[in-house]
Design a protein around this ligand. Structure first.
Ligand SMILES: *[C@@H]1O[C@H](CO)[C@@H](O)[C@H](O)[C@H]1NC(C)=O
Ligand SMILES: *[C@@H]1O[C@H](CO)[C@@H](O)[C@H](O)[C@H]1NC(C)=O
Ligand SMILES: *[C@@H]1O[C@H](CO)[C@@H](O)[C@H](O)[C@H]1NC(C)=O
Ligand SMILES: *[C@@H]1O[C@H](CO)[C@@H](O)[C@H](O)[C@H]1NC(C)=O
Ligand SMILES: *[C@@H]1O[C@H](CO)[C@@H](O)[C@H](O)[C@H]1NC(C)=O
Ligand SMILES: *[C@@H]1O[C@H](CO)[C@@H](O)[C@H](O)[C@H]1NC(C)=O
Ligand SMILES: *[C@@H]1O[C@H](CO)[C@@H](O)[C@H](O)[C@H]1NC(C)=O
Ligand SMILES: [Cu+2]
Length: 220
């Protein structure tokens, strides 16, 4: 009895303190809210089980727009994938082509996530699936529905929390060839990359592979 309530207590604590929120573009539903706890779970693919258009559709710039996330874990791998069309379940366009490791908790602002497509017609509907994953490869999902428009304004008034850093780990480093790095937070990234190269590449490749598989919803 006491054990059971301890377990329930832990589960409740986790559902409040863990997982992640999507602030912008507006998520389909607040999957952290107590009133949604029985309906949705961030563990469920796709989209935490929240149906298309459960929330509002946000106008998003055609070349790519901003995102704002609320992260609650000490660190997480982050994948952001785009699916074109209304009510899609195929999120096959990666907006984070390099493995992304976000360390720190709080607000993460990405001013512009470029969309790697040559032409998207004005008014095209799409959804973005946000995936976070830890070391084990198990993943959490949230979605936001968007409409690509020329006149979209994008993210405003967002500031990334102190101490929160987005590390990207390029393919070449996963290969073990010439390290190269994004400018954003250079020194830390280099240290990080050196650490990886010095450790077990097979393990990393497996983690990355699993995480990518989960992020794309492959049934492993
Ligand atoms: C959609 O946006 C409107 C206006 O901003 C807001 O009042 C409403 O709560 C939003 N709906 C959902 C489901 O979030
Ligand atoms: C989206 O697709 C699902 C499954 O095909 C369907 O049940 C649902 O009604 C659709 N939702 C909308 C808003 O079209
Ligand atoms: C993504 O999936 C859609 C629909 O299934 C398909 O039409 C499109 O060619 C795919 N795009 C890529 C880049 O794989
Ligand atoms: C991601 O960051 C965490 C925390 O710093 C670290 O433990 C983990 O090894 C990192 N993963 C990779 C692939 O760099
Ligand atoms: C932006 O464009 C969309 C369709 O492309 C239109 O529905 C909307 O009214 C426009 N908004 C503004 C502020 O011009
Ligand atoms: C911007 O964000 C700050 C802090 O969250 C808030 O105090 C301020 O009112 C916001 N400004 C606008 C224009 O929304
Ligand atoms: C590894 O290196 C090759 C050749 O430089 C490159 O084509 C490939 O994209 C790299 N990444 C992976 C994960 O194989
Ligand atoms: Cu969590």
């Amino acid at each position: 009895m006491a054990f059971k309530s301890l377990l329930l207590g832990l589960a409740a604590v986790q559902s409040v303190t863990a997982h992640f929120g999507v602030v912008y573009p507006e998520w389909r539903a607040d999957t952290l809210a107590a009133e949604n706890e029985d309906k949705y779970s961030q563990w469920n693919y796709p989209c935490g089980g929240v149906p298309y258009k459960a929330g509002n559709i946000t106008n998003w710039p055609i070349g790519g727009g901003g995102v704002e996330l609320d992260l609650h874990h000490p660190w997480t791998y982050l994948f952001i994938n785009l699916g074109l069309g209304a009510n899609t379940t195929n999120f096959n366009i990666s907006l984070t082509p390099e493995l992304t490791n976000v360390t720190g908790k709080g607000t993460l602002c990405i001013d512009k996530l470029p969309v790697p497509l040559d032409s998207i017609a004005d008014g095209t509907l799409a959804s973005i699936q946000f995936v976070t994953s830890g070391e084990s490869g198990s993943a959490l999902y949230n979605c936001a529905d968007i409409r690509f428009t020329k006149n979209a304004t994008g993210l405003s008034n967002c500031s990334t929390s102190d101490g929160l850093v987005m590390h990207t780990i390029k393919d070449e480093q996963q290969n073990g060839t010439q390290p190269s790095q994004d400018g954003a937070s250079g020194t830390e990234d280099k240290k990080n990359a050196a650490g990886i190269l010095g450790t077990d590449k097979t393990v990393l490749a497996t983690v990355v592979g699993l995480a990518v598989a989960f992020s794309l919803g492959l049934g492993i």
